[in-house]
Design a protein around this ligand. Structure first.
Ligand code: NAD
Length: 509
């Protein structure tokens, strides 16, 4: 595919002039600097217009019901699945990650799309619930109705998987979506939106696209969307929340992480392999990437040797054999550089790597880094790992939990019971035992963080409900001989109720 000059299809069909753009911007290949595409900067009016156009599409989409929506979501899924290589090529060029890693990312997104569509009715559809003793004469119903138009603001690091975690679940829940991809990966965002229009033309407007940087994102927050699903850094998340507060627009916050791995006494070498993948894949630009490892004294030396020897085999670059690509966003290399310098100045040592050459960062392992340094406390978002020796797994857990963030994490232990206990006490939204990142590939599992890693969930049943509002309905089945909620109730009716309540609940001390 050549360079893209993107204009949403509906604008091409629209005979009116393209009033909704105020300039354009380019996205570029981080490896070569070549222009990947040119995109409009949608300003406030343009964003409002696109959200307004999406609103009737949202009503139509909601009215279709689960089965009809399911057919269209399946058509979209099929479209994506048949074009994995084409999309992966674009992801490689615009984000910089290896083609195969892009394929992996897209595969996961397609699987989530399938799960969300298949489980929407069961999770959200109208059902009867028990009315309870006091309302035994009522039938009680619950359903989760679509919100309307969901705004989705995405990052660049997983430009397919991450926004699709919101878009797929929002669509499956019966909402329309307006997506603002990162200004570093607009071509991928435009590809996803165009694919929707092509795959399901009768509901084309249910998936809108706006492009631009932070101002366009802020305009989307203010454009009257019914919910704003944000994925990005905590710093931007704060701004997004503040902007959404102006209109009381509810928000979902999927923010950064500083995920830890605990390596227990009896962990085997698989822990080293997983740490290297968890820390270095995608050049470490993974919200649930492993950034800190706490290894017990019993395994520390063996673990460090194993990790450093595996890291020595990794080579960054943009050729097909490269383990990972250049940094997608050149500025991120400065953050990584600062963390490395700070770690070394504070007494840490570089076991391997440590070089930053433009946007290409060598896989780096840092040892003995003080817990209060930036490399341990802040999100590094680069191909780096800190490995810290701890007395035992309990100390590892204490240190892992001593963070303002809590997105994912990992525990390696030979004892299933111990591993489960550590995982349950890890202060994070997700923990993988004896692997890394694996929870993201289980569509039934909710994805999201605690603390400064955000709130709300994508994926799984929680992810579907995140984009729906609960609707409660009661239907009178038969009138009670004595209705306590009537001004005509006889004296003593409420006393009788109180007697029943004392009998049922009052005996417990
Ligand atoms: P970012 O916060 O810089 O930008 C994210 C998005 O917000 C972009 O589309 C950007 O244009 C937009 N934006 C910027 N300013 C805005 C404003 N004032 N109002 C509205 N929108 C605005 O993040 P990034 O650099 O694109 O992505 C990397 C970050 O995302 C990392 O912190 C990473 O951990 C996090 N992330 C989190 C998850 C998760 O699921 N928790 C997933 C992927 C990435």
């Amino acid at each position: 595919m050549g360079n893209l000059r993107h204009m949403p299809l509906s604008e091409e069909l629209d005979s009116s002039p393209r009033r909704d753009t105020a300039g354009t911007f380019e996205s570029t290949d981080p490896a070569t600097g070549a222009v990947v595409g040119v995109f409009p900067v949608h300003d406030t009016d343009a964003v409002r217009a696109i959200v307004a156009r999406t609103r009737p599409a949202a009503e139509h989409w909601a009215a279709l019901g689960f089965a009809e929506r399911g057919l269209r979501l399946a058509a979209y899924r099929g479209h994506l699945a048949r074009r994995i290589d084409e999309l992966a090529d674009l992801v490689h060029r615009e984000n910089g990650k290896p083609h195969d890693d892009a394929v992996l990312e897209i595969t996961l997104a397609v699987d989530h799309l399938a799960w969300a569509a298949a489980h929407a009715r069961k999770t959200l559809g109208l059902r009867r619930v028990r009315p309870g003793l006091l309302a035994a004469n009522q039938a009680a119903y619950l359903e989760y109705q679509p919100l309307g138009v969901v705004g989705v603001i995405g990052p660049w690091n997983y430009p397919v998987f991450t926004p699709m975690g919101s878009i797929a679940y929002a669509l499956a829940a019966g909402n329309a979506g307006v997506f603002k991809p990162s200004e570093f990966t607009p071509a991928v965002g435009a590809w996803l939106a165009d694919a929707w229009r092509t795959a399901v033309p009768d509901v084309a407007d249910a998936f809108g696209l706006v492009t631009g940087s932070g101002e366009t994102g802020a305009a989307l927050c203010r454009a009257g969307v019914d919910k704003l699903a944000f994925t990005g850094s905590a710093a931007t998340g704060r701004k997004v929340m503040a902007t959404c507060a102006e209109t009381l627009t509810p928000v979902l916050m999927e923010l950064g992480g500083k995920d830890a791995m605990i390596v227990d006494d009896d962990a085997d070498v698989a822990a080293a392999d997983a740490a290297v993948w968890g820390g270095m894949s995608n050049a470490g630009q993974t919200c649930i990437g492993i950034e800190r490892v706490y290894a017990t004294s019993a395994v520390y030396d063996r673990f460090v040797t194993e990790v450093t020897s595996r890291v020595a085999d990794l080579r960054p670059g943009s050729d097909p054999q490269a383990a990972y690509g250049p940094m997608t966003m050149a500025g991120q290399a400065d953050v990584v550089r600062r963390h490395l310098d700070d770690a070394v100045a504070a007494g840490g040592s570089v076991a391997t790597g440590g070089t930053v050459d433009g946007g290409v960062i060598a896989p780096t392992v840092l040892l003995d880094v003080p817990e209060d340094s930036a490399a341990v406390r802040e999100e590094t978002f680069g191909p780096t790992l800190t490995i810290t020796r701890v007395a035992d797994a309990e100390e590892a857990l204490r240190r892992a939990n001593d963070s303002t963030m809590g997105l994912g994490g990992s525990v390696f232990s030979g004892s299933p019971a111990r591993a489960m206990s550590l995982a349950r006490r890890m202060r994070s939204g997700m923990t993988a035992i004896n692997s890394v990142l694996s929870f993201a590939s289980v569509p039934a599992l909710p994805f999201g963080g605690v603390g400064e890693s955000g709130f709300g969930r994508i994926h799984g049943e929680d992810g579907l409900r995140e984009f729906a509002r609960a609707k409660a309905i009661t239907r009178l089945r038969f009138a009670l001989p004595v209705n306590p909620m009537s001004f005509t109730r006889p004296a003593g009716a409420v006393d009788a109720l109180a007697r029943i309540t004392r009998l049922r609940h009052g005996r417990r001390r």
